[in-house]
Write a protein that binds this ligand. Structure first.
Ligand SMILES: Cc1ncc(COP(=O)(O)O)c(C=O)c1O
Length: 390
C-alpha cells in the first residue's frame, strides 16, 4: 500500500450511514448533519459531478455557465421564482433577502420566526447576542410560529421591511396560515421572506412554495441544494430581484463551480419528485412509529413529536427538558443512532434504519417512563441549550 492509498481506511461517510454490522459505528445518522443533504453522504451522482468539474476548474474571473444552468433549474422547480442570486451559506441567503427587503421598502425593522443563521440581524434577537451592537438587536422582533396576533402586533409597530419565516419547522403551518402571512405582510407594505434553507428541495422539488401553494416575495435556499457543498441561493420575481443590481451582494467564492456542479446534480436527481416522495414515505413511517411509542410508553406529557415527515422533531416539554433530551440522546448513541432533536431522512436511509431507530427510541422511552430518576441514569452532564429567545 502506497502513502496515498487509503483503501483500508473506512470512509467517514460510511461510519455515519448504512452501517449496522460494526459495533461502535453510528448506524443511523438522522441528526443535524442530515440537514445539509437529502441524498446522503458521499452520494455518487454528486461526487461524480464534483470530480468532473474539478477537472474543468474551480473559480474563475467571469461567471461560469453552471451559474445559469443551476439558476434555470431553480426557476423551473420553485413556483414564482424567476431569478436567483447565489451565496455560500444559508446565513448569506437570508441576510441578502433582508438587505433586499430593506432596500426595497426603505425600512429598517425585521420580524422573524424560527432560526435564520449567525448574522447580526438575526442572532441579535436571541440570548447569543454578545458582540452584536444594541442598535442592530433592537431592529429585529421575534414572534412565535403560527401566532397571528403576535404577527399583527409586530407589524403594527411600523417600519417593518420584512417578515422572515421558516414556512414549516417544529410546527406544520395550519391551513391557510402561510398565505395569510404573505397577505398580512403586504397590507403593511412589508415583504414576506421564506427561509427555505431546510424546507427547500426537501418538502418537494419546489420546496414549501410547492407543497403549500404559496409565493412569498423572496425565498432562501441552502443545505439540500448542495448536498453537503457550500452553496445557497435567494430567489423571487424578476421585479423583486432587480434590487440586487442596487445592493451589494458579492463574494470571492460566490461563483465557485464545484458547489454549483453539485447543486446541478442534486436538482436533476430530485426534479421528478420520486426521491423526495420516498423520503417522505420513510419519514411518515418514522413519525408514526414514534407517535406509537410515545403512546405505548405513556410519555405524552414529556415527549412531543412534531414537524414534517422529512424532518421529524422530537422535543421534551417541561422543566426537565434538557435532562430528558440528554437521556434519550444517551440511549440512542449507545445504540448507534445519532440524534439531536431534528430527525432528517435522506435517500440512503432504509426501512431497516427506521426500525433500528425506533427500537432505540423504545428503550429510551421505557427508561423515561420508569420510576428511575432520569438524572441518575445519565452517564455524563446534561446537554445545554445553544441559545434561547430572551
Ligand atoms: C432555517 C435555517 N436558516 C438559516 C440557516 C443558516 O444556514 P447556514 O448555517 O448555512 O449559514 C440555518 C442553519 O441551520 C437554518 O436551519
Amino acid at each position: 500500500m502506497g502513502p496515498g492509498d487509503q483503501s483500508d481506511t473506512p470512509r467517514h461517510a460510511d461510519l455515519l450511514e448504512d452501517t449496522f454490522a460494526v459495533r461502535a459505528r453510528l448506524d443511523a445518522d438522522l441528526s443535524r448533519a442530515g440537514t445539509r443533504r437529502a441524498l446522503g453522504y458521499a452520494e455518487p451522482v454528486v461526487d461524480d459531478a464534483i470530480r468532473g468539474q474539478l477537472h474543468d476548474g474551480i473559480t474563475f474571473s467571469l461567471p461560469h455557465p453552471l451559474e445559469v444552468e443551476v439558476a434555470e433549474r431553480i426557476v423551473s422547480l420553485c413556483p414564482g421564482v424567476e431569478m436567483v442570486r447565489f451565496g455560500k451559506s444559508g446565513s448569506d441567503a437570508v441576510s441578502a433577502a433582508v438587505r433586499a427587503a430593506r432596500a426595497i421598502t426603505r425600512r429598517d425593522r425585521v420580524v422573524a420566526t424560527g432560526y435564520h443563521g449567525w448574522h447580526d440581524w438575526f442572532i441579535g434577537s436571541t440570548t447569543r447576542a454578545a458582540g452584536v451592537p444594541r442598535a442592530i438587536c433592537d431592529l429585529t422582533t421575534a414572534v412565535p410560529f403560527g401566532d397571528p396576533h403576535a404577527v399583527e402586533a409586530a407589524l403594527a409597530l411600523g417600519d417593518v421591511a420584512a417578515i422572515v419565516v421558516e414556512p414549516s419547522g417544529a410546527e406544520i403551518p395550519p391551513p391557510g396560515y402561510l398565505q395569510w402571512l404573505i397577505d398580512t405582510a403586504h397590507l403593511h407594505g412589508t415583504l414576506a421572506v421564506f427561509d427555505e434553507v431546510i424546507t427547500g428541495f426537501r418538502l418537494a422539488p419546489g420546496g414549501a412554495r410547492q407543497r403549500y401553494g404559496v409565493q412569498p416575495d423572496l425565498s432562501c435556499y441552502g443545505k439540500a441544494l448542495g448536498n453537503g457543498m457550500p452553496i445557497s441561493a435567494v430567489g423571487g420575481t424578476a421585479n423583486t430581484m432587480k434590487v440586487f443590481e442596487e445592493i451589494f451582494y458579492s463574494g470571492t467564492h460566490g461563483g465557485e463551480t464545484l458547489s454549483l456542479a453539485a447543486a446541478r446534480a442534486v436538482l436533476d436527481t430530485i426534479a421528478d419528485g420520486r426521491v423526495l416522495a420516498a423520503i417522505h414515505d420513510l419519514g411518515c413511517r418514522l413519525q408514526q412509529g414514534l407517535q406509537n411509542l410515545v403512546a405505548r410508553y405513556g410519555v405524552e406529557a414529556i415527549v412531543r413529536i412534531s414537524g414534517e415527515p422529512e424532518r421529524t422533531i422530537v422535543s421534551f416539554p417541561g422543566a426537565d427538558e434538557l435532562i430528558h433530551k440528554s437521556l434519550v440522546q444517551q440511549f440512542l448513541i449507545e445504540r448507534g443512532v445519532l440524534f439531536n432533536g431534528s430527525m432528517f431522512i435522506s435517500q440512503r436511509h432504509t426501512v431497516l434504519d427506521i426500525g433500528h431507530t425506533l427500537d432505540a427510541f423504545a428503550d429510551a422511552f421505557a427508561a423515561l417512563s420508569s420510576d428511575a430518576d432520569p438524572r441518575a441514569l445519565l452517564t455524563g452532564p446534561p446537554v445545554e441549550a445553544v441559545f434561547r429567545r430572551p
